[in-house]
Design a protein around this ligand. Structure first.
Ligand SMILES: Nc1ncnc2c1ncn2[C@@H]1O[C@H](COP(=O)(O)OP(=O)(O)OP(=O)(O)O)[C@@H](O)[C@H]1O
Ligand SMILES: [Mg+2]
Length: 233
């Protein structure tokens, strides 16, 4: 579904990714881990078209994404939920969801919202409430639901549990896992909470200084503290 080949990019004159390759098959949940500043968010931004590709190639279902705007990529099925992505506090839960479907005809957006809502019972009961009155965990659920309303084929999640109380992290991860199964969404998830993300992903890529330092399955890392430490040094 997604094929990144020898990607080089960065900001201004500063190069951040140095020939990074990564592949995602339809239906997979892929975790992208690694230390702060390794370039994880930069990979997601390049995939969705927020920053340009300097060298190399990104292909989505066979065709290059380079040169397409983020909106065009959403229309093709790539949705990005950025790090610390927040909801619109002064808008209601329903209005927030409608924003997720801004590119769809009204009827289709409403149908999609009806399809997504059963996965989020906490939201279903509070559609008319201002999103700012939801708890942190509930707002995170809303951000996820909003991303799903756009009908992504590939969902790029950047630290969806950032700032959440530890007791909520498990709930959000379980939810993410269900999205993958129930809505057939392929997921690329950047996460610092390695132990949690290893429970829900099919494969894991670890980055260091703008390059892939490790590719494997969660079982390669689970319980291997020494290996994990090495990846994060
Ligand atoms: N908008 C920007 N302008 C200039 N440099 C940037 C910008 N965003 C990120 N960088 C730099 O690019 C490098 C990679 O950043 P990136 O955000 O991709 O890292 P990350 O792996 O997501 O880190 P974290 O785990 O802290 O979120 C860092 O050195 C960072 O300072
Ligand atoms: Mg980041």
């Amino acid at each position: 579904m997604l094929e990144i080949t020898e990607l080089e990019t960065g900001y201004g004159k500063k190069q951040v990714l140095f020939g990074l390759s990564l592949e995602i098959r339809a239906g997979e949940v892929i975790a992208l881990i690694g230390p702060n500043g390794a370039g994880k968010s930069t990979v997601l931004k390049a995939v969705c078209g927020l920053i340009s590709v300097w060298k190399g190639e990104i292909r989505f279902n066979g065709s290059p994404t380079q040169g397409a705007s983020p909106a065009q990529n959403v229309a093709r099925g790539i949705t990005f939920a950025p790090q610390g992505s927040r909801v619109f506090a002064d808008l209601t839960v329903m209005e927030n969801l409608r924003i997720g479907g801004f590119q769809l005809p009204r009827k289709e957006a409403m149908e999609r919202i009806a399809q997504v809502l059963p996965l989020f019972p906490v939201l279903k009961e509070r559609l008319r409430q201002d999103a700012g009155r939801l708890s942190g965990g509930e707002q995170q659920m809303l951000a996820l639901a909003r991303a799903l309303v756009s009908k992504p084929k590939l969902l790029l999640l950047d630290e969806p549990c950032l700032g959440l109380a530890p007791n909520l992290v498990g709930t959000v991860f379980k939810k993410i896992s269900r999205l993958n199964e129930d809505l057939a969404v392929t997921i690329l998830i950047v996460e610092q909470k390695v132990r949690e993300v290893l429970k829900i992903c099919d494969r894991v890529y670890s980055m260091k200084l703008g390059r892939i330092a490790f590719v494997g399955i969660p079982e390669d890392l689970k319980g291997d503290k020494a290996k994990l430490k090495e990846l994060f040094l």
